[in-house]
Design a protein around this ligand. Structure first.
Ligand SMILES: [Zn+2]
Length: 333
């Protein structure tokens, strides 16, 4: 009797421990419903946004898509309505789901946190995100602290009516900063002023490198994998040697059949962009000032030089910088 009791207890402890170890997240639906009540929004309302990294991150070691399905069903937010956005994160990053109301910019952020849902209720109103004090302790103060910059910038860009291709660029870059904005403006400058003729293709030489590269990929479909985007970091010394003002990159327009093309060196004027907002503005608030200029690339981007390309020059610009395997000692003499 005594022995069987011990076995029973051992088994019970084992089952209990195993259950704890493999505990799945509880259903998110009631948490979402509560958030909607807090924000006073209803399903049919397009004026609230759902922003999540559910398409990128794993939850309990599994795809987060089933959770996203519940979120979509409970909120009614869908991509086609423009009120469901995603942001990129590493697969082991915690799941975040934010509900954000346009009118007063209040937000409820739900985070996966050790088999439970952690909920932050706050606002990203201009007054809040423009206050440097808010950002000082935000990382530690909120469960979603590490993603607050991402969530605040994307939500405010959406609330300010930023174009969808800008929001898509921000999804990939996972935040909005003056650097990403410069890439978006450059991409549209190129599309506006240098539309491709028949048989032509773009190669963007993005050098020096800053956040802008992610906008070229989304707006222009010029990606490194398809060789449409060549990303070349430069040393300070290399940067100083560039002879054009505010160098931001080059676009090469190449005709493979005719074996000739045109190169355009572009300048980006950060002084004008940063001149749009007061000096002490936190980075997260800059989008509040720059959003209305996203359709005015000519205000910030200019042509520093145009030049003709032959095949030797085209290849030399794309391939310049030497073979990276050489300094690694992995080439034969
Ligand atoms: Zn950035």
């Amino acid at each position: 009797m005594k022995r069987s009791f011990v076995i029973f207890c051992t088994a019970l402890i084992f089952v209990f421990t195993a259950a704890q170890g493999f505990a799945a997240m509880p259903s998110i639906t009631p948490v979402i419903e509560k958030a909607m009540t807090t924000l006073q929004v209803i399903q049919a309302d397009r004026n609230f946004l759902v922003l999540t990294n559910a398409t990128a991150v794993m939850t309990d070691g599994k795809s987060s898509l089933p959770i996203l399905e519940q979120v979509q069903e409970a909120t009614g937010a869908i991509v086609g309505k423009g009120n469901l956005l995603f942001f990129q994160r590493a697969q082991d990053a915690p799941l975040r789901i934010m509900l954000f109301k346009k009118s007063d910019r209040s937000a409820v952020i739900i985070s996966a946190d050790n088999s439970k849902w952690a909920v932050d209720t706050l606002d990203f109103a201009p007054k809040t995100v423009s206050d440097p004090n808010f950002w000082k302790d935000a990382k530690d103060k909120y469960a979603a602290g590490k993603d607050l910059f991402t969530l605040a910038t994307l939500a405010n860009a959406w609330a300010e009516g930023a174009p969808y291709d800008f929001l898509k660029s921000a999804e990939l870059h996972n935040h909005i900063c003056p650097g990403l904005t410069s890439g978006y403006l450059m991409a549209h400058f190129i599309l506006d002023h240098y539309p491709l003729g028949k048989g032509q293709k773009y190669t963007i030489i993005s050098s020096p490198v800053w956040c802008k590269e992610d906008a070229f990929q989304v707006v222009m479909d010029q990606t490194p994998g398809k060789r449409g985007l060549v990303v070349k970091p430069l040393s300070e010394e290399q940067k100083e040697k560039i002879s054009i003002p505010n160098p931001a990159g080059m676009v090469l327009i190449w005709d493979q059949k005719l074996k000739k093309g045109k190169g355009v060196a572009l300048s980006f004027d950060f002084n004008t962009l940063k001149g749009l907002y007061p000096k002490e503005t936190p980075k997260a608030a800059s989008i509040l000032y720059t959003a209305s200029y996203l359709s005015s690339p000519d205000k910030f981007v200019s042509v520093a030089k145009e030049f003709d390309l032959d095949e030797t020059m085209f290849n030399a610009i794309r391939e310049a910088g030497g073979n990276p395997w050489e300094p690694a000692g992995l080439t034969t003499p």
